[in-house]
Write a protein that binds this ligand. Structure first.
Ligand code: CMC
Length: 390
């Protein structure tokens, strides 16, 4: 039978406002977080990020993101108990992580770890807001355990049992580094986890929401988020930013590096943002901590080089709205704290999982599957040609 002739007419809205990469698209209404890119303003549930970074903890911020309000004393202590209670992961997860080649990127190992975790949760397929909330809390707790174990295994060291006496960030550092952190290091990690916890409809959050909107299980959605966060244009920028900073010997070198990038039109990692056209507030806080931590650890030169790069990039591109983003200074902090460069993005994931889960849970009660369309610009009248005639 001959193929029927296409008789329709392709019609798309004549005025498509969307930019490439879905720039300008709106996905849903949310009460979770707001980014004002012109003012350099970030709020979680109405609370400014500067306020939360100074006064809150990662546990409290996660509670705020998930449940929409700051917890009372007993609510916070119950939530913390729950997180501590969930820290240990099934031994099989650790066994699988040990069997992964050491040179595999830790984000791939994290994705695998979360996938295995889901296979051993007998309630994984029960898709209800209540059950997904519980799984979400488990994931916030257990992703830190998995990332900690990956950090140790990569160095050829045995994973460490979580310490129930330590808060989330301190325990995470302990499981990664094998040493109980001092109070300042634990505070710095906590601030960093607060700052990375949520950020609008970024690629990984959108990915999680799209995947979850098919009503699949939350482990699958979070695995997808990890995959998206891994890329160098998203969470993976932090390791790339530090990698180039470490190659710069001094401030003179920094000036030359930026000039070369500008003349070659090469992107500088840790700068620029789809939404922020002003200084990213998270980079402001992390920049201050970077100065303190690097000086404390005798690496003040690293901060000075980074600061010089920042000045040069702003001089070249500030008018275009290109400033440091969250990934620029975070790496200098982690590096000074003795953390392996490839663990930087897993740290981001350990924090961002709270935003992923909060947004997925917010969307779930009135879920509608995400299903955009692409503008077809290909041919329509081709006819099948037998292979010997092509
Ligand atoms: N260095 C130099 N130029 C840049 C940079 C940069 N880092 N970022 C953007 N630009 C320029 C780009 O060349 C383009 O210029 P022109 O209009 O003349 O062609 C313009 O700014 C717009 O760039 P874009 O790539 O179209 O912007 P986008 O909104 O699609 O991408 C971005 C945003 C974050 C992916 C991009 O700024 C970038 O690639 N930055 C480097 C990677 C990075 O630091 N990513 C972390 C993002 S923040 C946290 C996170 O999401 O993990």
């Amino acid at each position: 039978m001959a193929a029927p002739k296409y008789t329709g007419k392709i019609e798309w809205p004549t005025k498509i406002e969307l930019g490439r990469g879905l720039e300008g698209a709106i996905t849903n209404e949310t009460k979770i977080g707001y980014v004002d890119g012109e003012k350099g303003w970030l709020v979680y549930r109405g609370y400014n990020i500067f306020d939360l970074a100074e006064h809150s903890s990662f546990e409290e911020t996660s509670y705020l993101l998930l449940f929409g309000k700051l917890p009372k004393d007993d609510e916070l202590s119950d939530f913390k108990k729950k997180l501590v209670g969930y820290r240990k992961v099934p031994e099989v997860v650790i066994d699988v992580l040990k069997s992964i080649p050491k040179e595999v990127h830790p984000m791939s190992a994290l994705r695998t770890g979360v996938s295995v975790l889901g296979c051993f949760d007998r309630k994984a397929e029960e898709i209800t807001p209540k059950n997904d909330t519980e799984i979400g809390i488990k994931l916030i707790s257990q992703m830190a355990t998995i990332a900690g174990a990956i950090g140790r295994i990569r160095k050829g060291e045995p994973p460490i049992e979580p310490d129930p006496e330590l808060d989330h960030s301190a325990n995470f550092l302990y499981m990664m580094n094998g040493e109980k952190p001092d109070d300042f290091s634990a505070k710095v990690m906590d601030v960093s986890l607060i700052l990375h916890a949520d950020h609008g409809m970024n690629a990984s959050t959108f990915t999680c929401m799209v995947v979850n909107s098919s009503l699949t299980d939350l482990y699958s959605s979070v695995c997808a988020g990890i995959c998206s966060l891994k890329g160098p244009l998203h969470g993976g920028a932090n390791e790339r930013a530090l990698a180039f900073l470490l190659k710069l010997k001094d401030e003179e070198n920094a000036v030359r590096y930026v000039k070369d990038c500008v003349s070659q039109k090469k992107k500088i990692m840790g700068f620029g943002h789809r939404v922020y056209k002003a200084y990213d507030p998270r980079a402001k806080v992390l920049g201050q901590y970077s100065q303190k931590v690097t000086e404390m650890k005798g690496m003040g030169h690293l901060y000075k080089i980074a600061k010089k790069v920042e000045e040069e990039v702003i001089a070249a591109y500030g008018e275009k709205g290109i400033f440091p983003n969250v990934d620029f200074y975070s790496g200098t902090i982690y590096y000074a704290m003795g953390i392996d460069v490839l663990m930087f993005t897993p740290i981001f994931a350990v924090s961002r999982v709270s935003g992923w889960v909060a947004r997925v849970l917010e969307y779930l009660p009135e879920n509608r599957i995400f299903r955009p369309r692409a503008v077809y610009v290909g041919p329509l009248e081709e006819r099948y040609i037998p292979i010997d005639k092509r």
